[in-house]
Each structure stands twice: as structure tokens, then as C-alpha cells.
Design a protein around this ligand. Structure first.
Ligand SMILES: Cc1cc2nc3c(=O)[nH]c(=O)nc-3n(C[C@H](O)[C@H](O)[C@H](O)COP(=O)(O)OP(=O)(O)OC[C@H]3O[C@@H](n4cnc5c(N)ncnc54)[C@H](O)[C@@H]3O)c2cc1C
Length: 387
């Protein structure tokens, strides 16, 4: 088995690494605790990302993206994630982070929504979760009812990232049936009468998602993506990609935390010797590296499957489950090695810790990932070929 990163992806990773070190890290001191960056800085970074060929690196080349594939995308995200500026987690700084839904749209939808997003001219948000339970979205209460050539939508979504800045929302509503059948995906333009922002959630992580209220929102049937009643498949595809992307982000941040811990352990002396000379500290460093390596391999494996067009639904769940828990453990050890300084806002570790904790809930909780993995094993008789 060949574990070598292809030459062109290795070069891409190298330039991403340089971009992060030279242009992003210097911004961390000023923007490391803010949950957004000023619009002019966002525009400047977006322009620079376009200049360097990073903008929309993860999207298919035939639509104007960088076409680097899933493995290339993971390698770049791993580098970008090392810079701990909360706003860089959000879409639109380096890529629209679009997800697959709009690629299933018809030509008119692609022209009106997909292409402007890829060019960086429009922003979007993904609205699935409701108060009735994010883990069980099939239980959604938002309803869309057909009236003539229109659909009328009523309901409330919660925890919607970027809803305030979105030019349109990819929104899921029940159009018939129960369970996962009968869910439909709609595109709803900002300013459509009846759609408004509700409360903004203050969380322990820097994320600030929104409640989104739909009160008799009327949209023409042309705003349906794909077939009526088939929205669950679109949502699932989006979530698979989102869970895979959790992997490189966790690996990138944990790598940074481990590097900080190693540097500190070498320079900090207690009882006349550097911390790095103590076995207790060495074991924390060794355990972190082993777990990081395992997570990285899982990410590259799942991404390679995605690039070959093979199903990677279960692998994406395994990546999300393992990489996010790994990140929490590695950051936790890095804080421990730093002692009081690890808790201080002078270092990015406390922010990474809050971030790592919140990742165990977002994009499908850890329990949901375990359910997906177990269900595959149990329904397939345990005979799973991963390679
Ligand atoms: C920062 C942030 C950003 C988000 N962005 C978006 C977004 O842009 N768009 C969007 O649609 N959603 C978004 N979400 C919602 C997110 O996907 C949900 O919060 C998540 O899926 C969990 O759903 P819930 O909060 O309703 O928890 P619940 O579904 O109520 O679950 C509560 C707890 O019970 C556990 N649990 C539930 N069912 C079971 C079971 N059967 N067995 C064992 N344990 C179970 C869960 O694992 C969880 O720990 C965001 C959330 C956060 C925090």
C-alpha cells in the first residue's frame, strides 16, 4: 500500500502551509478571540486567496473551483485549521464551503445560486435543525404545503450558522409522509416575505448561529432542489461531507496544540530540569502524536474513498467521531503541560478547548456517529471491507 501524498497535492499543501505561516498567523493576535472579522479584512483575504489559487479550492473545476478533490481539500483544511481565528471556521473566507446540495439543482438554479456562490458573490446557509431535535431531523415540524404553483412554508429552524449573512437559505421542510420520506429541499432568497431571523445563540465556542423563523413563506415550485420528497438524500450527502471535513480541522488544530506543548515542555524548567525530560510529560506527548497520526490516516483514507467515488458515509462518521474526540484529548494535554499559562487567553489553547468541546455536538453528535457505525456493522453482519 502506497502512503505517499501525490506530488501535486504535496505542493498544494506546501503553499497552503506558507500562506498560513506568512499571512494568517500574524493576524491571530488581533483577531484570535473575535467571532467574526471586519468585512474589509474578509474581502482582502478572499482576494488574496483568489490570487494564490486557494479560493474555492475544494469545488469541482468544471464549476470554476480548484478541483483538488477530497484529499486535496483535507490537506488544505488541515493547514488552514492551524490558524486559530474563529472567523476562519466560517464559510466564505477561503472557500464558500458549499456542500453538495446545489450541484443537484437544475441549470437555472445553478446559474442563479451555485455559480455566484462559487465566484464568492453570494453566501448561503444550510437549515435542517429544529427544536424538535437535531439528532432526529426526520421529526421536523416545518411544513411546506402546495398552493397552486407555489409552496407555503411554516416553521422554525434553530442553530443555523451564517443565516444572518446568507443571500439565500438551503432549507428542509416536510412536504408529505413521515420519517425520512417526504422531506424536500427549498432555496429561499433573503428578503422573502415571512422569513426572518430570530434569536442569536451565544455558545461556549465562538460560533453564533441563528434561529430562523418562517411564517407563511411563499416560494414558487421552481425553488425546489431535486425531486419533491427526496430532500433527505441531499441533507445526508451534505452531512457526510461536513463530517469528513471535521477530520482535517481537528487534525490541524490538534497538531498546533501538540507543537505548542512540545515547545513549552522544552523551554519550561521545574525542579532544575525541562518538563520535556519528565516521563509523565513525554507520555502525554507520545499519546497525542499516536492519536493524531491515527486520525490523520482515517481522514486521508475516507477522503481517498470519496475521490474514487466510493461510498464513505460510515468512514465520515468514524472520522468525525475519532478526530473530534482526539482533538479534545490532545488540546487537554497541551493545556496540562502549559499549567496556568494553558488556561490563559494569551495562548490559543483555551479557545481550542472550547471549540473542541462544542465539536462533539455539531454536525451530528458523537452518539449519532456511533449509531451510524453500529448500524452498519449490525445490519451487514459485521463483514466490513474498508480497503
Ligand atoms: C455551533 C453550532 C452550529 C450549528 N450549525 C447548524 C447549521 O448551520 N445548520 C443546521 O441545520 N444545524 C446546525 N447546528 C445544529 C446541530 O447539528 C445540532 O445541534 C446537533 O445535530 C444536535 O442536535 P440537538 O442540539 O437538537 O440535540 P438533540 O438531538 O436534542 O440531542 C441531545 C443529546 O442527546 C443525544 N441523543 C439524541 N438521540 C439519542 C439516541 N437515540 N441515543 C443516544 N443519544 C441520543 C445526542 O447525541 C445529544 O447528546 C449547529 C449546532 C451548533 C452547536
Amino acid at each position: 500500500m502506497d502512503f505517499v501524498i501525490p506530488e501535486e497535492l504535496s505542493m498544494l499543501r506546501e503553499s497552503a502551509r506558507r500562506f498560513v505561516a506568512e499571512e494568517l498567523m500574524p493576524l491571530e493576535a488581533a483577531h484570535g478571540q473575535a467571532h467574526d472579522i471586519p468585512d474589509d479584512l474578509r474581502a482582502r483575504l478572499q482576494a488574496r486567496a483568489k490570487e494564490l489559487g486557494f479560493w474555492a479550492f475544494d469545488l469541482p473545476a468544471e464549476y470554476g473551483g480548484g478541483g483538488v478533490g477530497a484529499l486535496g481539500m483535507c490537506l488544505v483544511f488541515e493547514e488552514l485549521a492551524q490558524c486559530n481565528i474563529p472567523a476562519f471556521r466560517a464559510p466564505t473566507v477561503f472557500t464558500p464551503f458549499l456542500g453538495p446540495v446545489l450541484f443537484h439543482g437544475n441549470e437555472a438554479q445553478k446559474a442563479k445560486y451555485l455559480l455566484p456562490v462559487i465566484r464568492g458573490e453570494k453566501r448561503t446557509a444550510f437549515a435542517l435543525t429544529e427544536a424538535s431535535g437535531g439528532s432526529d431531523p426526520a421529526n421536523m415540524a416545518t411544513r411546506a404545503v402546495r398552493q397552486g404553483s407555489d409552496w407555503v412554508i411554516n416553521g422554525t429552524k434553530i442553530f443555523i450558522t451564517g443565516a444572518d449573512k446568507a443571500d439565500f437559505i438551503q432549507l428542509f421542510a416536510r412536504t408529505s409522509g413521515t420519517g425520512r420520506q417526504g422531506i424536500t429541499c427549498f432555496l429561499i432568497d433573503k428578503g422573502t416575505p415571512g422569513m426572518r431571523l430570530g434569536q442569536q445563540f451565544e455558545l461556549m465556542s465562538p460560533d453564533r448561529p441563528w434561529e430562523l423563523v418562517l411564517d407563511n413563506v411563499r416560494v414558487p415550485a421552481s425553488q425546489v432542489v431535486g425531486d419533491v420528497g427526496q430532500g433527505w438524500n441531499l441533507a445526508r450527502e451534505f452531512l457526510d461531507m461536513g463530517r469528513l471535513i471535521h477530520g482535517p480541522k481537528a487534525v490541524g488544530r490538534a497538531t498546533r496544540a501538540l507543537r505548542l506543548a512540545i515547545n513549552w515542555a522544552k523551554q519550561r524548567k521545574t525542579f532544575g530540569a525541562p518538563l520535556a525530560s519528565r516521563q509523565a510529560i513525554q507520555w502525554m506527548i507520545a499519546d497525542s502524536e499516536v492519536e493524531l497520526h491515527a486520525a490523520r490516516l482515517m481522514v486521508y483514507h475516507a477522503a481517498s474513498k470519496a475521490d474514487r467515488g466510493e461510498p464513505y458515509h460510515t468512514e465520515a462518521s468514524m472520522v468525525k467521531l475519532y478526530a473530534d474526540e482526539m482533538m479534545l484529548r490532545v488540546v487537554d494535554r497541551a493545556i496540562q503541560i502549559h499549567g496556568g499559562m494553558g488556561l490563559s487567553r494569551e495562548l490559543p489553547l483555551e479557545l481550542m478547548y472550547r471549540d473542541a468541546r462544542s465539536r462533539l455536538v455539531t454536525e451530528g453528535s458523537q452518539e449519532m456517529q456511533r449509531m451510524i457505525i453500529a448500524s452498519e456493522l449490525l445490519s451487514g453482519g459485521g463483514q466490513i471491507e474498508r480497503f
